[in-house]
Design a protein around this ligand. Structure first.
Ligand SMILES: Nc1ncnc2c1ncn2[C@@H]1O[C@H](COP(=O)(O)OP(=O)(O)OP(=O)(O)O)[C@@H](O)[C@H]1O
Length: 300
């Protein structure tokens, strides 16, 4: 196939320089980021804007630097160059992640959940509450933790369980409960459905969608899961060639003539996900149902 240059849905000229007054429209803004480990350059001149209230899927081949980008945005990885602004605050100007005073305004679900194995689910959820709100009473902290556990779709009994006693899907939900502990505005999810069976993954997708809508979250979601992209992502950012080569809806990305994008979305798995989405929409249309009212979209 002839390779036309990829037209990103934004070009660097269209992205205003930072800093400028934060108007809330783009809670995450990344400009010209470079990350390298020794000679291994991961990102070069990477730009990205995340819109308020969207679920942005982030895709790319293994090792293209999706997790490193997430770590850069939340201040755990200091880039060699470039600027990162989150909710109007510069992350790159901070001396270390402790210096970032907006840390309580985001929640993170790391790959594998990253739960403390010696703490119960409730105690895990209480960790950020203890850190950021040491003044609240034990009783209130327990109550908030219990509420977040239920919000994440776990039964009340799960609060007293240890991570080793939970299934993979339950551990993800426990990690999600902890990510939601501080009522964040931004939610970062690193491969949330990895390792889940298809039914568990679909339920987790719907949980994320429901929480995003109910809590008015902006979600940065790293995934390899095509069903997740089709089901819940408003836009998708593609990382390749050390930068974000395109951001757009899936139809917009499908129109681009980039080999990785074409292979990813139009390969056998991509087509299967497209077909599944088309069948889902046709079933809704046949039932005269507005997709917004679909019970499958409402609960997990
Ligand atoms: N602390 C580190 N020290 C050295 N190299 C690192 C470090 N963290 C990440 N890397 C390297 O950076 C590259 C990008 O890693 P990253 O985990 O961001 O990839 P990814 O796109 O999330 O991959 P995957 O889809 O497989 O999870 C990899 O080659 C990885 O080995």
């Amino acid at each position: 196939m002839a390779q036309a240059p990829v037209a990103p849905t934004h070009s660097p000229e269209e992205l205003p320089e930072l800093p400028e007054a934060f108007d809330g429209k783009f809670p995450i803004r990344v400009r010209g980021v470079r990350n390298a480990f020794g000679d291994h350059v991961i990102h070069e001149n990477l730009d990205l804007d995340v819109r308020r209230g969207e679920i942005l899927g982030v895709v790319g081949g293994s090792g293209t630097g999706k997790s490193v980008l997430m770590r850069t945005i939340i201040g755990l990885q200091i880039p060699d160059a470039g600027e990162v602004e989150v909710l109007g605050s510069s992350i790159t100007d901070a001396r270390d992640d402790e210096d970032i005073d907006i840390r309580s305004r985001w929640g993170v679900l790391f790959q594998g959940g990253a739960l403390f194995s010696t703490l119960t689910v409730a105690e895990n959820v209480e960790v950020p509450l203890r850190e950021f709100y040491p003044e609240i009473s034990d009783e209130l902290r327990h109550e908030i933790a219990r509420y977040k556990v239920l919000l994440s779709g776990l039964p009340a009994e799960a609060t007293s369980k240890y991570p080793a006693e939970l299934s993979g899907g339950m551990r993800k939900r426990a990690g999600l409960a902890r990510a939601l502990a501080l009522d964040p505005e931004l939610l970062f999810l690193d491969e949330p459905t990895a390792g889940l069976d298809p039914i568990g993954a679909a339920a987790f997708d719907q949980l994320i969608l429901k929480l995003q809508q109910t809590l008015d979250l902006t979600v940065f979601l790293i995934t390899h899961d095509l069903d997740t992209l089709y089901e819940i992502c408003d836009r998708v950012a593609v990382i390749a060639d050390k930068r974000v080569i395109a951001v757009g809806t899936i139809p917009e990305l499908l129109a681009l003539d980039h080999p990785w994008i074409q292979e990813y979305f139009n390969g056998p798995r991509g087509r299967a996900a497209q077909d599944a989405q088309a069948r889902h929409e046709a079933a809704q249309a046949a039932a005269g149902q507005d997709p917004e009212d679909d019970p499958a979209q409402q609960g997990a």
